[in-house]
Design a protein around this ligand. Structure first.
Ligand code: AMP
Length: 228
């Protein structure tokens, strides 16, 4: 096939530590190009809130800032990915075993990945960002008291729903989540570099500047096409 690949046909993985901006950028791109944002953390939190079997299996790990078991996550993602492309995976894979399982699933579905974007950010800033973060538990949309405040404190601009501070955004659990990231998820940077899919994005810029870098990294032209 020649010519630009439409961005709305992309299948993307968003990597990076908690607070680096994966979710914010995934929401922006998904809305702009009609892709599905598949945020594993949001799916898990909905399951915890609904008291499902999956939620019961996940809760203790989430509260502690560690990872839910690979087989539980992979089974969940098999259901999600069966629904169809395009998609932005936000928070999955988080281990090499999950990345290998994803490769297998996508090979079976004949849906190759387009790119893996790594959002980089310094530890101190991540702790600061997560401490000021407010989340809509229903949609996963996030705000920040300083950097991206809602029009009315505690209320989502979009749907008027209440915003909450996630219990695992507290400083103690955040240090644990960052340690988990370093030990389990960071190796995926090399994994996707070897696969020739990795693009690095400086996550510490203002939201619009990060979006511009993301579009540039994906080779998006003005019409939302991708230059091959
Ligand atoms: P997040 O909203 O992406 O920060 O995820 C919140 C929590 O959900 C994480 O700290 C993990 O406990 C769990 N979780 C989310 N995605 C995964 C995954 N791919 N593998 C294992 N655990 C996950």
């Amino acid at each position: 096939m020649t010519g630009p690949v439409p961005l709305h046909a992309m299948r993307l993985v968003f990597l990076g530590p908690p607070g680096a901006g994966k979710g914010t950028q995934a929401q922006i791109l998904a809305a702009r190009f009609g892709a599905r944002q598949i945020a594993t953390g949001d799916i898990l939190r909905r399951n915890v809130a609904d008291g499902t079997e999956l939620g019961k299996k996940a809760k203790a790990f989430m509260d502690a800032g560690s990872l839910v078991a690979d087989d539980v996550i992979v089974a969940m993602m098999e259901r999600e990915l069966g629904v169809g492309a395009p998609f932005i995976l936000d928070g999955f894979p988080r281990t090499v075993a999950q990345a290998e399982a994803l490769d297998g699933m996508l090979a079976r579905l004949a849906l190759p990945l387009g790119a893996a974007l790594q959002f980089d950010a310094d530890r101190d800033v991540l702790i600061e960002r997560l401490a000021g973060r407010w989340t809509n538990p229903r949609t996963g949309r996030t705000y920040h008291t300083l950097f991206n405040p809602p029009r009315v404190a505690g209320i989502d601009d979009e749907d008027g729903g209440p915003l909450v501070q996630r219990p695992d955004d507290s400083r103690d659990v955040v240090s644990e989540r960052l340690a988990t990231y370093d030990a389990k998820t960071k190796p995926l940077v090399d994994y996707y570099a070897h696969a020739g899919l990795l693009q690095r994005i400086a996550g510490l810029q203002p939201i619009e500047a990060v979006t511009a870098d993301v579009l540039r990294a994906l080779g998006a032209d003005g019409s939302g096409g991708l230059v091959a």
